[in-house]
Design a binder for this molecule. Sequence first.
Ligand code: ADP
Ligand code: MG
Length: 233
Amino acid sequence: MRARTFERVAKSLIELENLNKSYSGGGGSLHVLHDVNLRIDEGELVSIMGSSGSGKSTLLNILGILDGYDSGRYTLDGTLIQDLSERRAALFRNRFIGFVFQSFNLLPFKTALENVALPLYYQGVARRQRQRLAAEYLERVGLADRAEHLPGELSGGQKQRVAVARALITKPRLVLADEPTGALDSQTSYQLMDLLEQINAEGITIVIVTHEADIAARTRRKIELRDGQVVAQ
Ligand code: ADP
Ligand code: MG
């Protein structure tokens, strides 16, 4: 009898083929990403590890269509991401991707609720609907009772939860987080990872850039960048 093999049929969401990126300026050029090959499947929770300066943020910004690349190919959900107009790039980002940053990037004079609702404003969603959804997402991250507070009145962990709610409110398929625990203490970091795990369990693909081994250990796959090259994945 012939052996039958069963393979998990996974759909790739992100594919990078021989991707290269350099920065020029100051009379020279800095080759930051060297022939990066990478595949991330829909539903994965992965970390990108590497020391400071290894190109992690550069890679994440390219994945988030916040920056371009010089050569190679980046395919996102079957679409080649290359030379997009700013308008098309913005459409793709708004519909598809949620971002979380180390420094939270909340607007200081807007309440938690208003910060979470902001992406819907850019999508032209009516005010009442924006507020209803923002309240729902704040509740999901455990901050219903902080809705009317300004960011300055929240702890670091609470600010990052607001940022996560803001990233989720457009129902993205991909969340990109650049050092999301970089400004948090260990216990608060683990709580944030619990939240990101929950979100991933609901089917959202999550890519976390970190240089902290204990944070990477909480993801299902570690991708290691060294001097702009993927050395392990
Ligand atoms: P990481 O996030 O791993 O610390 P980065 O991707 O931020 O690394 O940076 C990789 C390298 O590229 C560093 O040497 C950094 O100084 C350089 N770099 C990053 N952004 C720019 C830029 N906009 N212009 C020029 N050099 C940059
Ligand atoms: Mg960085």
